[in-house]
Design a protein around this ligand. Structure first.
Ligand SMILES: Cc1cc2nc3c(=O)[nH]c(=O)nc-3n(C[C@H](O)[C@H](O)[C@H](O)COP(=O)(O)OP(=O)(O)OC[C@H]3O[C@@H](n4cnc5c(N)ncnc54)[C@H](O)[C@@H]3O)c2cc1C
Length: 417
């Protein structure tokens, strides 16, 4: 079933009776060429590109819950390509290019909105850092504009410019940055993969990974054993647990990240804004809710909910930056489990076990990576070679220390990224 304006109109006028399910609900087969563990954004996009780019369709995605129920449906939807370090910069730039053609590619409205991202700075030192980052972005072919205080005021008149403790000096403006509807991204990739013959199997938890003579042979699941020549682990916050099923011990810690949404308001925030003096960033959803969040809760956990100290910190930071937000009522808050690496950058690589591949370590920035991650992971699984834009995401950098991509410059410690 294709989507078009004409189709929406026709269905609207005929009681919406012509829509069909967006993907099948197949029973798992005994054997596949490739099994992807995890039906989040990255797993679904990998399955899509395996079929689309490499013609590999004897593929199953095994999801323990429902498609899109993990972090892909819990994030704050920010899409940007403003990374500084070699390796990250190229990768996220590639991802942005895929984002820009994604709705046409998938024939799916993922509500990608390039409304512009504004990263504020509040000191001369911070300005220098952002200038360097902006130069890197531009030399990569992406867009970055340095705004002074008046430039920011013109764009965001509602911020508190009288705050003398944390005065706004300016901002790095990234016009192509913005947001997309998170679960629609999962659904769009799911539908595209299903249309090409991939089996999407929900309520199917992987409970074991079978390895014989140094090679993967399949998986054990709550719906029976499934043989496979190749297996990809793409389970975000559950990476350490699933990898342990194959005897792997990874440099990943799982941490909670919270997010918040207010009641629906009339349009008032046109951009994505990141505060430079506290953990706070914000945008407004198309439904009108102000969507905002901060940093990790700073303790390792598998609970998909956080605690009050970070709630208090985020609210305080929001009030400092834009006191008007105090009038809005918070509707909901929630948490997701982040797969944190020591350098804050991801892993897309083979493991020491033949046929077993890893796509993880997205920390709290993996939504924007969904297109390029899936593309790169599919390339790796299909060809056994890393995709050009993802060559830096090696697992062994944590063993030998070479090639760490410490984007935040805080050293190799999970808790600070
Ligand atoms: C509050 C919050 C805000 C965020 N904001 C942003 C943002 O603004 N921008 C950005 O770029 N990133 C953001 N992120 C990060 C981003 O959401 C994640 O990095 C990304 O979604 C992780 O990849 P995924 O979509 O594949 O994960 P998930 O959707 O979590 O997919 C993993 C899937 O694996 C499944 N699974 C786990 N174990 C098993 C098993 N044993 N068997 C079968 N299936 C299994 C899970 O059920 C899950 O569905 C945010 C995250 C959170 C929580």
């Amino acid at each position: 079933m294709g989507f078009s304006g004409f189709r929406v109109l026709k269905e609207g006028l005929t009681g919406n009776r012509g829509w069909t399910p967006q993907w099948r609900d197949p029973a798992p087969k005994d054997e596949y060429d490739i099994v992807i563990i995890g039906g989040g954004g990255h797993g679904l996009s990998a399955a899509y590109y395996l079929a689309r780019e490499h013609g590999l369709t004897n593929v199953a995605v095994l999801e323990k819950g429902y498609l899109g129920g993990g972090n892909i449906g819990r994030n704050t939807t920010i899409v940007r390509a403003n990374y500084f370090l070699e390796g990250n910069s190229q990768f996220y730039s590639y991802s942005m290019k895929l984002w820009e053609g994604l709705e046409q590619e998938l024939n799916y409205n993922v509500m990608h909105s390039q409304r512009g991202q504004v990263s504020l700075f509040h000191s001369d030192g911070q300005r220098d850092v952002f200038v360097r980052r902006g130069n890197m972005m531009r030399s990569q072919g992406d867009d970055a504009v340095l705004l002074d205080r008046d430039g920011v005021r013109k764009l965001l008149p509602y911020l508190d410019y009288d705050n003398t403790r944390f005065p706004i000096y300016g901002a790095l403006y990234h016009p192509r940055g913005g947001t997309a509807r998170h679960d629609a991204v999962a659904w769009g990739y799911a539908r595209g993969a299903d249309q090409r013959g991939v089996d999407l199997i929900q309520n199917c938890e992987v409970t074991g990974i079978d390895v014989a003579n140094g090679a993967v042979t399949g998986v054990q699941t709550t719906r029976g054993a499934i043989r496979a020549k190749k297996v990809g682990i793409v389970v975000a916050g559950r990476t350490s647990q699933v990898a342990a099923m194959a005897g792997l011990r990874l440099p990943i810690e799982s941490h909670i990240l919270q997010a918040f949404v207010t009641e629906g308001l009339k349009p008032c925030i046109d951009h994505v804004i990141s505060y430079g003096m506290g953990h706070f960033y914000i945008s407004q959803s198309d439904k009108g809710g102000l969507v905002f969040g901060g940093d990790l809760d700073m303790y390792a956990s598998y609970a998909q909910r956080g605690n009050l100290p970070m709630v208090e910190h985020v609210m305080e930071a929001g009030m400092t930056l834009m006191p008007m937000i105090g009038k809005a009522k918070v509707l909901r808050n929630w948490g997701g489990i982040m797969d944190m690496t020591p350098d804050g950058s991801p892993i897309i690589d083979k493991t020491g076990i033949d046929g077993l591949y890893l796509d993880c370590g997205w920390c709290y920035g993996g939504f924007k990576a969904v297109p390029a991650s899936g593309f790169s992971f599919a390339h790796l699984i299909a060809t056994d070679r890393p995709f050009e834009a993802a060559t830096g995401f090696r697992l062994d950098r944590f063993r030998d220390g070479y090639g760490l991509m410490d984007e935040e410059g805080t050293g190799a410690q999970h808790n600070l990224h």
